[in-house]
Design a protein around this ligand. Sequence first.
Ligand SMILES: [Zn+2]
Length: 239
Amino acid sequence: MREDSQVPYDLETQKLRCEQAWLRFKLAIYDLVLGKPAPEAKFNPYHDELGRFTFAPGGVGGGAAHSSASGHHDASDTGADQKNDYETSDPEFKVPAEIRPRLIRLASEFHSATGKTLVVTSVARDAHAQADAMYIKFTRGGLGSEYIDRTAFNEIHDAYILNRHQGKSPGDTVRAMQSVISAQMARGVYISKHLKAGAVDVRSSSLTKAEVFKVLEIASRHGVRAIHEDAPNHIHLQF
Ligand SMILES: [Zn+2]
């Protein structure tokens, strides 16, 4: 029996599913034509061994600060942030002042509930780092369904598909995606709040399912939009 009240929701879901099926199809075809993309481990110094994004704005730019074998720093070497119930995966990270008090409240509550410390793995991105993060996501089969602005998303994804199709290198493909993102920013379109320093990512690989759920639950109570994303695994917190 039809439930007419659900039709608008179903249409939206169907539209998204169709779009995702189409993206999967395109990616499968290009994988078939181009071969599976090469491993990304050495591609960008701003990612740790799990491909987690570690760009620090105003940082010293790669080099020693990013060379930690594990990408992990314990509380003793996270500098100013160590007493706030969250750590950063890179000591160069500075959580923007506008969102810091809310992140501390969220992290403290999580710490009280679980005894665990949230680890911030991404703070803010420039257009290149955003392109890089999306490139990594696409090569790992991520479909980008979390991006709300589908027009902006498709422009970036098309740049990815087109450049891969033309056999361009990962570096050139990322630069092409970066140009699209920069052009969008110039006209006031931001594909991710990371571009405006309004979001952070926290590590989820060290959390149990229940703990991930706890983060989502606390975030929703604090009016923070939280999305558990894979490829690579993290929780995106949008303030
Ligand atoms: Zn994020």
